[in-house]
Design a protein around this ligand. Structure first.
Ligand code: SF4
Length: 271
């Protein structure tokens, strides 16, 4: 899902913010200040205090994961499934639905395609929202990687759970119907779909309570400390641009390209 490049007052959190915060709060802060700098046209400084002591782990507690179901293979689209929302800012989404099963909700077409939950102070854009027979809504997050990348790493699948939970809440707020689950879909583009798959993430009271507390934690955190580790710093956008003095690996040692949601040219302000 594309990052939200608009300002909302008071501060809102996106699903991507929650994912980044779970890796490294300072990374989230640097990315957010970069966006704010672009929107305002002025360099915006990070709230992280100078001389902050790095942490060993992100302070975000893990989301409930007992309702996660991993499915190997293609996500089937039923004849009566309807695509009601698509993130117009994403140009690499798979075409899953024939034309006669696409009925995009006019309320969420650009420039109003960002879903906003003012009560939770959450905003963002799922990749897709599917309406199933009986009216159930399901947000779908698309990843071009294959199903088992990062599956056995300590944080690998947690990112997807966080994103799916946050997108379920956005759908609930925007459409007035609470999804029972969200889906993360893996296209495995690099391997011609050899390891396609999808993960179903339950969304109930426990997940909603976790989300509310997690957003509160992010918004209250005035430190947003760095959590240097080779694994996260290797794929960190601010590290790629050489703006983090706490990085566990130098920018030149980064093995992976940065995530697509990261802005390539930003007026960084160091603290
Ligand atoms: S380089 Fe490492 S410590 Fe610095 S912001 Fe990125 S993930 Fe955090």
């Amino acid at each position: 899902m594309a990052a939200v490049a608009q300002t909302l007052a008071p501060e809102h959190v996106t699903p991507h913010d929650l994912v980044t915060y779970s890796r490294c709060p300072y990374e989230m802060e640097l990315i957010r200040t970069a966006h704010a700098s672009i929107v305002s046209g002025q360099p915006v400084g990070a709230r992280t205090p100078p001389g902050v002591v790095p942490m060993r782990h992100s302070p975000l507690f893990t989301p409930p994961n007992l309702g996660v179901i991993v499915n190997d293979g293609r996500l089937d689209v039923a004849p009566d499934d309807v695509l009601v929302y698509e993130d117009s800012g994403e140009d690499d989404l798979p075409i899953l639905f024939p034309e006669h099963q696409v009925r995009l909700d006019e309320r969420f077409r650009p420039p109003s395609s960002t879903l906003i939950d003012r009560g939770y102070r959450l905003s963002g854009r799922p990749d897709l929202i599917v309406e199933r027979r009986g009216g159930e809504l399901v947000p779908v997050e698309y990843k071009s990687t294959h199903l088992f990348v990062g599956y056995h790493e300590s944080h690998g699948r947690m990112f997807d759970i966080i994103q799916a939970i946050a997108e379920c809440r956005l759908v609930h707020a925007a459409f007035g119907r609470r999804p029972s689950h969200g889906i993360v879909l893996y296209g495995d583009v690099a391997n011609d779909g050899e390891h396609e798959g999808w993960v179903q993430v339950a969304y109930g009271d426990a997940e909603e309570h976790w989300l509310r507390a997690a957003i509160d934690q992010v918004l209250r955190d005035d430190v947003r400390a760095p959590v240097p580790s080779e694994r996260t710093c290797t794929s960190c956008g601010p590290n790629r641009d050489g703006v983090c003095r706490y990085a566990a690996v130098p920018p030149g040692d980064q093995h992976h390209t940065s995530r697509a949601t990261y802005l390539p040219t930003v007026p960084w302000v160091r603290r």
